[in-house]
Design a protein around this ligand. Structure first.
Ligand code: PLP
Length: 452
């Protein structure tokens, strides 16, 4: 049978036999079979059955400019034709990596001037942690080793990134995690950690959990605080505006470095270019990925402040760290073209000024749905938390897999709508229209009604 002759079932048979999917219950997949995606354009993806799905999730929070942009295909093809690969280990460089590094630093505060490239968000977090160790060793404070991260954080699937993550199944999946030098504090998740409080007072309280932990461990032992500006995989947890300035103040007071994981929030998700712009954060180290190339090719960047980079450069000698695909030419060329599209088409500005208020207003109409206990959003990331009992905020038993049922109902109706635990998440491409958002929310409501 040729590739063209294979129908959905034939693909599903091969898929089941050989392909292990990420974050998937394969026993369940064996019963349902996979949907086989074949094509994408704008905010839509089509499958082998000819069904059109509106992607309410931008893939995995990455397809910010939408699917099928020919300019990005051309940027990759041109770069591959000219110079398909270039390592940067042995005093060699190439133009697209240098141009991209300069471009990224020009979009950020003056203190962030240095860029290290990897292929994924997880690897960017490995880079950041190795860099923290290296930095504190070089400045003569090797005992500053503990990293304070947060419950429900997601930083990736490599050993260290999973350890930093605060979603507990990440710890069981690979054994012996979190590592002893990582500790987790509660998050600014008001519905569960500060219900009924004034939001700004709650932001200050949530930041005080960082100070409390620093004092417990001793500031001399703490390397960094590690966090997403707003948490996506943890269930769309968006802090009050008072949270980040207070975190920043506490970090400075105890000389605890601030690492901000912008892998999802970067490149417009909050309606500003970076989550740091939205919340007013000046990190010491920051990671971007996903939306950097709109998911067209794998690339992430660790962006490093002068404070850290100067020590590494002036005192560190060779830093034994790097990847074969650090600064891959085609990935960098696509990132540059993606940023050009975002800038020239005013996509981030439109997401912040036009789409985000519309999205928020639509999301908030779900507050009186019998299944929804809490509604949260920032920019074009939103969450609807399903509860069993709205009065008591009691959650469904884990075995009920209530969010997964809702996702399946949405997919039947043509919407990708993800369950993060019991929170139904939406992060549509930033090029979605208000009419398309109407369809997203109509289907989301039908799916919830069918779940109730
Ligand atoms: N950091 C955050 C905030 C993420 O949401 C993710 C992935 O969802 C990662 C890091 C890991 O990125 P990757 O899957 O590219 O390794």
């Amino acid at each position: 049978m040729t590739y063209q002759e294979m129908d959905t079932q034939a693909w599903q048979v091969l898929d089941r036999a050989h392909y292990l999917h990420p974050f998937t219950d394969h026993a369940s997949l064996r019963q349902t079979g996979s949907r086989v995606a074949v094509r994408g354009e704008g905010v839509y993806v089509w499958d082998t059955e000819g069904e059109r799905i509106i992607d309410g999730l931008s893939g995995l929070g990455c397809v910010n400019v939408g699917y099928g942009r020919p300019e990005l295909v051309k940027a990759a093809a041109d770069q591959m034709s000219e110079l398909s690969y270039c390592q940067s280990f042995f005093k060699t460089t190439h133009r697209s990596a240098v141009t991209l590094a300069e471009k990224l630093t020009s979009m950020l505060p003056d203190s962030l001037n240095h860029v290290f490239f990897q292929s994924s968000g997880s690897e960017a977090n490995e880079t950041a942690v190795r860099l923290l160790r290296r930095y504190w060793n070089l400045v003569g404070k090797p005992q500053k080793r503990v990293i304070i991260a947060r419950e429900l954080a997601y930083h990736g699937s490599t050993h260290m990134a999973a350890s930093l993550s605060g979603i507990t199944p990440m710890h069981f999946a690979g054994g012996d995690l979190p590592l002893p030098t990582v500790t987790h504090i509660k998050t600014p998740y008001q519905y569960r950690n500060g219900f009924g409080m004034d939001p700004e007072a709650f932001g200050i309280l949530a930041a005080s959990w960082l100070e409390e932990r620093i004092l417990e461990i001793g500031a001399d032992n703490v390397a960094a605080f590690y966090a997403e500006p707003a948490q996506s995989a943890g269930g769309a947890i968006c802090p009050p505006m008072s949270y980040w300035p207070e975190i920043q103040r506490i970090g400075r007071k105890y000389d605890v470095l601030l690492v901000v994981d912008e892998v999802v929030m970067g490149f417009g998700r909050t309606g500003k270019w970076f989550g740091r712009d939205f919340y007013g954060i000046v990190p010491d180290i920051m990671q971007v990925g996903k939306g950097l190339t709109s998911g067209y090719l794998p690339l992430s960047a660790t962006i490093i402040s002068d404070r850290v980079a100067d020590v590494l450069i002036e005192q560190g000698g060779e830093w034994a760290h790097g990847y074969t695909y650090s600064g891959h030419p085609a990935c960098c060329a696509v990132a540059l073209e993606n940023i050009r599209i975002l800038e020239e088409e005013g996509i981030v500005e439109n997401a912040g000024k036009v789409l985000a208020p519309y999205f928020k207003a639509k999301l908030e109409t779900f507050a009186d749905h019998p299944l929804i206990g809490d509604v949260r959003s920032v920019g074009l990331m939103g969450g609807l938390e399903i509860v069993k009992n709205k009065a008591t905020r009691e959650a469904y038993d884990y075995e009920a897999h209530i969010g997964d049922h809702c996702s399946a109902e949405a997919l039947k109706r043509g919407l990708a709508f993800r369950a993060n635990g019991d929170t139904m998440s939406l992060m549509p491409p930033l090029v979605i229209t208000t009419e398309q958002l109407d369809t997203v929310f109509d289907i989301a409501r039908e799916a919830l009604d069918a779940t109730a």
